[in-house]
Design a binder for this molecule. Structure first.
Ligand SMILES: Cc1cc2nc3c(=O)[nH]c(=O)nc-3n(C[C@H](O)[C@H](O)[C@H](O)COP(=O)(O)OP(=O)(O)OC[C@H]3O[C@@H](n4cnc5c(N)ncnc54)[C@H](O)[C@@H]3O)c2cc1C
Length: 391
């Protein structure tokens, strides 16, 4: 490990890898990433990894557009192609006029950022996704940019590009302490030795507050268990001969997308279950929580009603893992309040979709002092004033 660098990014999930890569893109190449285990061994490896362009503010739409454009570029890199399915599109469903009005508003707002969504009626939803029922459905918002990405190869590709530009990545190197000096520089203590730097970045996912505590900060971030499962093959999908778009249902709180010839179905659980509040086992690495399907039965009923073909197939795999949330669901990206030369990119609940863009905005803030979009909504002070953007 080198003795000194300009920036130490702690954590090698999507947040850390994206920040490292974008620092090099902004011209800072004497930067390092320190990861306690392997890259993506926190939440990122098991993410459903859907990437949408939808956002409830122009900043969110803009940074998600950046993610999408970056991921397309990485997909097309012949030296290290990343698996990114883009172009099947996605529909966000609605069953009330208020939701449809909201979609019209979001579509016109996105247009201001150069992104085209379509507001479509129920018949058009069913034409684009022939397996859904139109019962109790008014229509939806079509996002032609919806897709999903392989999270592990995405992070490896970002780290690879950063390394090629001069950055260094230290794996299997847990950070165990942080000391700030009178000139505001830092010593980062690791199990493999110390490294001094001008700036530290906390990108530690569900371990955010372990590293926060090393600098005397408690971040308002909690982890919840979040589940999806993958079904056996759905005969109607196999017979369709074309890929189905992704469906998100804010009415019944689930999403489903095609995974091979089956479906991946995720749930926005209403009976929320916190995780790791009394400390996290240090050996919880590349790990999952026990399956907990009882918690999703009510949401599952809505998914069955919308897609009757689901009732005919069994479950192949269940994935239940920790996902981090802030008070209002929007991540915290920017300077750490009350600290100098310390930044965070934390509380990511949709880190694959947003991570490309947030890493870009954070790198701009570190290098230039401000980002190209209004970042107020991602700041901690906005969280306490209730004026933050949501995704
Ligand atoms: C079931 C599920 C489905 C999901 N589906 C989607 C989806 O469809 N779309 C989407 O956009 N998002 C989705 N998410 C959310 C997304 O996966 C996360 O937002 C994202 O992976 C978080 O990335 P991260 O880099 O912030 O954290 P992590 O991936 O947890 O990375 C943090 C890293 O920090 C390292 N670290 C921690 N402590 C230290 C230390 N002391 N020293 C050094 N390194 C340390 C960890 O080892 C880890 O590698 C899903 C999440 C779950 C659980």
């Amino acid at each position: 490990m080198k003795a000194h660098t300009r920036v130490v990014v702690i954590g090698g999930g999507i947040a850390g890898c994206s920040t490292l890569y974008h620092l090099t893109q902004e011209g800072w190449t004497d930067v390092v990433l320190i990861e306690r285990n392997e890259l993506t061994s926190g939440t990122t490896w098991h993410s459903a990894a859907q990437v949408t362009n939808f956002g409830m503010s122009q900043t969110m739409v803009g940074l998600k557009s950046h993610s999408i454009n970056l991921y397309k570029e990485l997909r097309d890199d012949v030296d290290y192609p990343v698996s990114y399915r883009h172009g099947d599109g996605g529909i966000r469903l609605a069953n009330t006029e208020a939701q449809m009005d909201g979609y019209r508003h979001f579509a016109s707002m996105a247009r201001g950022m150069g992104v085209e969504f379509e507001v479509i009626d129920a018949a058009e939803c069913a034409r684009r996704h022939p397996l859904i029922s139109t019962d109790n459905l008014l229509g939806g918002l079509w996002d032609g940019n919806d897709g999903d990405i392989d999270p592990a190869s995405l992070c490896q590709a970002l780290a690879r590009r950063a390394r090629n530009a001069g950055a260094e990545v230290y794996r299997n190197t847990p950070v165990i302490g942080l000391t700030q000096h009178k000139d505001d520089s830092w010593t980062v203590h690791t199990e493999q030795g110390d490294i001094t730097c001008e700036i530290v970045v906390n990108a530690c996912g569900y371990r955010v507050n372990e590293v926060g505590a090393m600098m005397g900060v408690h971040h308002p971030v909690a982890s919840m268990e979040h589940q999806y499962f993958v079904t056996e093959d759905v005969p109607a999908i196999a017979e369709a001969g074309h890929r189905m778009p992704l469906i998100r249902c804010p009415i019944s709180d689930y999403y489903f997308r095609q995974e091979k010839n089956g479906l991946l179905i995720g749930f926005y659980e209403q009976g929320c279950k916190t995780w790791g509040m009394d400390g996290i086992d240090p050996h919880f690495v590349n790990a999952l929580c026990p399956d907990d399907l009882d918690r999703i039965t009510d949401v599952l009923e809505g998914a069955f009603a919308r897609m009757p073909a689901l009732t005919e197939v069994g479950i192949k795999t269940v994935v239940n893992g920790p996902i981090t949330y802030t008070i209002d669901g929007a991540p915290l990206v920017g300077p750490i309040r009350g600290k100098r030369n310390a930044f965070c990119i934390i509380g990511m609940r949709a880190g694959l979709g947003e991570g490309g863009g947030h890493g870009w905005m954070l790198a701009q803030q570190i290098v230039h002092g401000e980002a190209c979009y209004d970042t107020y909504g991602a700041l901690i002070r906005a969280a306490s004033q209730g004026t933050r953007m949501s995704s």
